[in-house]
Write a protein that binds this ligand. Structure first.
Ligand SMILES: Cc1cc2nc3c(=O)[nH]c(=O)nc-3n(C[C@H](O)[C@H](O)[C@H](O)COP(=O)(O)O)c2cc1C
Length: 182
C-alpha cells in the first residue's frame, strides 16, 4: 500500500523554545507532515499540563520513555526526525552515544538506520565555550546529521538573554522538507 503522508518525529529537549511546540506541530502539519512528538523526561515534565492537548493535536501518544519489552510500537515509522530544541546535554549525549533517554536512543539508532535527521541546538554562548560542544556538533555532522548551528541556523545568545520567540523554527522546518527526495 502506498503511504500518502510522511511522518516527522519531532523531538524536544528542555530549553524554553519547547513551550512553542504546539504551534510548530501545527506548522508542520500544514506542510503535510504527520507528527509524532517525543520529549526528554525533563521537557515532558515542563509540558506536563499540555500533554493531553499535544496528544490530541498529533493523534499519537507523546513519548518520553522507552516502551517495555514486548509492548507494541505505537508510532508509525519515521521518514525524518527533527531534534529541536536540542540542549547542550542532549547534543553531547547523542554524539557520545549515551542512550538512557528515549529520544536520544531513537536518533542514535536512527543514524545507523539511515533516517534523515535534522537537529537545531538551543545553547547559550557560555555552553558553547565548553569544548565538548563543538566536538559533538562535528561528530554528528560527520555521521550525516544536519546540524543547524551557526550562520543560517541557531546562533547562541548570551546567558540569560535568549528569546524563545526568536528561535528559528521555520529554518528547521525548511531543512526537514529539504531532506525529502534526497
Ligand atoms: C529555565 C531553564 C532554561 C534552560 N535553558 C536551556 C537552554 O536553552 N539550553 C540548554 O542546553 N539547557 C538549558 N537548560 C538546562 C536544561 O534544561 C538541563 O540541562 C536539562 O538537564 C536538559 O535535559 P534534556 O537534554 O534531557 O532535556 C535550562 C534550564 C532551565 C531551568
Amino acid at each position: 500500500m502506498v503511504r500518502m503522508t510522511r511522518t516527522l518525529y519531532l523531538f524536544g529537549s528542555a530549553a524554553p523554545p519547547v513551550f512553542d511546540v504546539a504551534r510548530v506541530i501545527e506548522a508542520a502539519q500544514r506542510r503535510g507532515w504527520e507528527v509524532c512528538l517525543g520529549l526528554t523526561p525533563t521537557a515532558a515534565d515542563w509540558l506536563e499540563d499540555s500533554l493531553p492537548e499535544l496528544e490530541a493535536l498529533t493523534g499519537h501518544p507523546v513519548r518520553s520513555r522507552y516502551k517495555r519489552p514486548g509492548e507494541p510500537d505505537v508510532w508509525p515509522k519515521a521518514d525524518v526526525v527533527l531534534v529541536a530544541p536540542a540542549t547542550f546535554n542532549t547534543i553531547n549525549a547523542w554524539a557520545l552515544g549515551l542512550t538512557d533517554r528515549f529520544v536520544v536512543g531513537v536518533v542514535a539508532e536512527g543514524i545507523g538506520k539511515g533516517i534523515p535527521i535534522v537537529a537545531m541546538p538551543c545553547v547559550n554562548a557560555a555552553y558553547v565555550r565548553h569544548r565538548a560542544f563543538e566536538r559533538s556538533v562535528a561528530e554528528l555532522r560527520a555521521m550525516d546529521v544536519t546540524v543547524l548551528y551557526g550562520e543560517g541556523g541557531f546562533v547562541p545568545n548570551q546567558p540569560g538573554q535568549g528569546r524563545p520567540s526568536d528561535y528559528p523554527w521555520s529554518v528547521a522546518l525548511d531543512a526537514v522538507s529539504g531532506t525529502i527526495g534526497k
